[in-house]
Design a protein around this ligand. Structure first.
Ligand code: HEC
Length: 443
């Protein structure tokens, strides 16, 4: 469907606008319950006012929501239920409002209030839930629930690559992480849902994702486009597939979904290798990051760091490999303190950003324990040649950014002892060389 841009623009305010009326209507309901309980009518005026605001807000949310629906991509049935529930909420709240403002016999008013407010809250809850399903997927609420949640029913992770299931352990997690937010039963962008085999066979506007000839396959074409392209999937600006994920999805597609197929029965060495790397069961071809051997980090350690403002992202779900950033906005004192607190995570940090924290030489000591570090950003700190010492022992380090520190050629000996170091960025330092051993120095 092609709605004018301005309609879609306004429509996108729907999630913002809906929460206010929900609050007003619930408040009205709670005040009414309170009055009922205390057998008074002290809140009557406030209830009427709250209902008025709630009704106007709900009406606005309906109109804006309708605009959003014109942008397309939502499953019709799920959308219809949500829309009619929203309209019903508005009608019920209007009715409730009138019961507080029209002059009715006391008995009648009481009756109408009882029916309209109770129904209103029930339908309002349903509307909110259905709307949440449209946005997040119907699995969202229960995904992490014990026993009934889909997480609880997941297959256990494979121990060897031969046991791994092509769809369940490989294709599905990739799709869940990178596609499902827009291609579920509730939100079928391009008409395509990727929730299960049946939905995939049904396909989108271009037909079943398996039935299209390999050379003309729309899914395959889109995942291989450059990120700048208008048709690329995931769309530009979203986290793109890695090269490994692309190859695995392409292979999986060739097997027409390979549902129920183990990697053992696939019997394709190069695909098995990629899959093993994806699952963290094997080293990648450079022999580094043997991620399977990383021990997990207690959840509370990560949660405490997150609470203090550190940004932590797991590189591959379940790999225990982390990308960690201490934002420069936290300032020097906090930055130095947090660097020390990263200690329990030291072995698990693969990428680390410590830019612009004003860190000094002696504060860099904790880096020495981060044996698995591959990328390190230390730009715009207060480091001199002496500060490079703890880094010199990091065997896996490949990329180092030292831009904007008071460094000279004297630190090159230390840098040259980092075996795997490929690139060092030294803009705005006094380093003059452009190559040290195999390491490229970029100014
Ligand atoms: C942020 C939302 C978003 C994400 C994430 C996303 N897509 Fe899409 N996708 C869209 C939209 C919007 C369309 C339809 C517009 C268009 O044609 O570009 C679409 C269309 C498609 C189509 C065309 C369907 C057809 O039959 O014509 C395919 C195939 C597709 N996506 C595959 C994927 C895959 C595979 C992923 C994950 C790797 C993915 N998408 C992730 C939004 C998304």
């Amino acid at each position: 469907m092609n709605a004018p841009d301005i309609i879609v623009f306004l429509g996108r305010f729907h999630p913002l606008v809906v929460h206010l009326p929900i609050g007003f209507l619930l408040l009205a309901f709670l005040m009414w319950i309170y009055d009922h309980w205390k057998k008074t009518d002290t809140f009557n005026q406030a209830i009427a006012f709250s209902l008025l605001l709630g009704t106007v807000g709900a009406g606005a949310a309906c109109v804006i929501g309708f605009m959003l629906s014109l942008s397309g991509g939502y499953a019709d049935s799920a959308l219809d239920w949500h829309m009619w529930a929203g309209i019903a909420t508005t009608i019920l709240s209007t009715w409730a409002y009138l019961s507080f403002t029209l002059s009715l016999s006391e008995n009648r008013a009481k009756h109408i209030r009882w029916v309209s407010l109770t129904l209103m809250v029930m339908v309002l809850s349903a509307t909110g839930h259905l709307g949440g399903n449209l946005t997040h997927g119907s699995d969202y609420l229960t995904e992490y629930a014990p026993i009934i949640g889909s997480r609880a029913n997941q297959l256990p992770p494979p121990v060897t690559i031969q046991q791994a299931m092509l769809y369940d352990h490989i294709a599905k997690p990739i799709i869940q992480a990178k596609c499902i937010s827009c291609h579920s039963d509730e939100k079928k962008k391009g008409g395509l849902s990727l929730v299960d085999g049946a939905a995939m066979r049904k396909g989108g506007d271009a037909g079943s994702i398996f039935a299209q000839p390999f050379g003309e396959n729309e899914l395959l074409r889109r995942i291989h486009l450059p990120e700048s392209s208008d048709d690329v999937m995931p769309p530009k600006g979203k986290t793109q597939l890695t090269e490994n994920e692309r190859k695995l999805l392409a292979f999986w597609l060739k097997q027409e979904g390979g549902f129920g197929m183990t990697m053992d029965s696939v019997g394709n060495d190069s695909i098995n290798h990629l899959a093993a790397v994806y699952l963290g069961l094997e080293k990648n071809s450079h022999g580094e990051n043997n991620i399977a051997q990383l021990d997990s980090v207690p959840q509370h350690v990560i949660e405490n760091l997150l609470a203090e403002g550190v940004v932590i992202r797991e590189l591959v779900a379940g790999s225990n490999c982390y990308d960690v950033r201490v934002p420069s906005s936290l300032g020097h004192d906090k930055g130095a303190e947090l660097l020390k607190k990263l200690e329990p995570l030291a072995q698990n940090i693969i990428w680390l950003h410590l830019s612009g924290l004003g860190l000094k030489n002696q504060e860099l000591a904790p880096l020495g324990a981060m044996n698995n570090l591959v990328k390190l950003r230390l730009d715009n700190n207060d480091i001199s040649d002496e500060g490079i010492k703890p880094i010199a022992s990091l065997k896996r380090l490949e990329v180092l950014n030292l831009y904007g520190n008071a460094l000279t050629d004297n630190c090159l000996t230390d840098l040259s002892s980092i075996e795997n170091l490929k690139t060092v960025y030294v803009w705005e330092t006094e380093i003059t060389e452009s190559q040290v051993g195999k390491t490229k120095i970029i100014r």
